[in-house]
Design a protein. Structure first.
Length: 377
């Protein structure tokens, strides 16, 4: 450590050198050379980055310990004890107030052999749009559970019905007896970057807007006589996994969730670049939300989902995360369920693949909790 006396001597030397540099460049009508200015500004940027990273990462545990006051004496007690955190999480997403401004419009929409509907609900200047499909035999006499199937940033509502990384998991759910609601969210990094900038200026967020769009759709879709409105699940892939993690804490009608290719050791993912995993920065600015890492790392956010059943899916070849860190974060998440003595309600499917959905495991999980069980969670 440099002693104060020597620090002052170093500081004087730097000032002396700068003064000499300034005198020299002053003859050229410049007050500071580009090299000196750049070095000074780089040093200030590094100070700011180190300060903020230390707050987000190093100080997180101590800060979160003070922010949460969980009561595990019962599931109801846990939900009640995290009410202040839930309110603060709502502030992170800042969902706007949107109002239905017309009736739901429906039109037939064929997806290969699947006969679905494209539905659109006017919300003032916005609209909530989605694909809605029912399994064979669904009726008022034979109501079915429904799964919100959320696509990722490079995908569309049609993607979960087609081959590829999603492995047609919407079809898998239909075959297992679920209705599926597949909302259309904004596609592409560039578009989300653009809209998120405006959303921040408006005091909201794109995930907050898209949550409200979904909620308005649920109001109407869950009233369909073919739907068992008490048995609602959500399964998202990639940015759809983000939506599942983000929205379940604020939408109690969702009774079970599957998160594919999103769950992470969040502090590292967002604030610590590492060659072992990809980083959102600097290209994907849409993925940074005000206040997210004050107290809502993934394992803490899970406590706003508990006691509802939750499955995490991650592939060891998926470079969104370093998979041992995913295991570490999951183990912390599982503690919430262990303390409630319901460890069977949370699962980690760590597979050998990449950025994808694992259909059989997800369908099994949803079937267990929404069809093969009388639990209403």
């Amino acid at each position: 450590m440099i002693k104060p006396y020597f620090k002052s001597q170093v500081y004087l030397i730097v000032l002396f050198l700068l003064a000499g540099n300034l005198k020299a460049v002053g003859q050229n009508n410049n007050l500071i050379s580009p090299e000196v200015e750049s070095a000074r500004t780089d040093a200030y940027e590094m100070q700011l980055e180190n300060y903020l990273r230390h707050y987000l990462v190093v100080e997180y545990e101590a800060r979160a310990e003070k922010a949460w006051n969980r009561d595990y004496s019962s599931p109801d007690a846990l939900e009640r004890s995290v009410t202040p955190n839930r309110r603060r999480w709502e502030e992170v997403l800042s969902p706007p107030v949107l109002t239905k401004s017309g009736p739901l419009e429906r039109k037939p929409y064929a997806l290969g052999e699947i006969q679905a509907e494209w539905i659109e609900l006017p919300l003032g200047m916005l609209a909530a749009e989605a694909v809605l499909a029912f399994p064979a035999g669904a009726s008022e006499q034979k109501q079915v559970p429904i799964i919100i199937v959320q696509h990722g940033i490079a995908s569309t509502p049609e993607t979960p019905f087609t081959p590829g990384a999603y492995h047609e998991y919407a079809k898998g759910l239909l075959k297992a007896g679920f209705a599926v609601l597949v909302p259309m969210n904004l596609k592409s990094v560039e578009r989300r970057n653009n809209v998120e900038r405006y959303a921040r200026l408006a005091g909201t967020s794109l995930p907050g807007i898209e949550l409200v769009r979904l909620q308005h759709l649920l109001d109407i879709v869950l009233a369909d006589p073919r739907v068992d409105g008490k048995k609602v699940g959500m399964w998202g892939v990639s940015l759809g996994g983000m939506a599942t993690m983000f929205w379940m804490p604020l939408e109690p009608r969702i009774k079970a969730g599957v998160v594919s290719a999103w769950f992470n050791k969040r502090r590292n993912k967002m604030a610590v670049p590492d060659e072992r995993y990809s980083s959102f920065s600097p290209r994907e600015e849409h993925a940074f939300f005000n206040g997210w890492l004050t107290e809502f790392s993934d394992y803490d956010l899970v406590s706003l989902i508990a006691p509802r059943p939750l499955m995490i899916q991650h592939g060891k070849k998926d470079n969104i995360a370093h998979w041992p860190q995913v295991v570490e974060e999951f183990d912390k998440s599982k503690i919430h369920y262990q303390k409630l003595k319901i460890s069977e309600s949370i699962e980690l499917i760590m597979h050998e693949g990449g950025h994808e959905a694992i259909v059989d495991e997800g369908v099994r999980f949803m079937t267990n909790w929404l069809i093969g069980s009388d639990r209403e969670n």
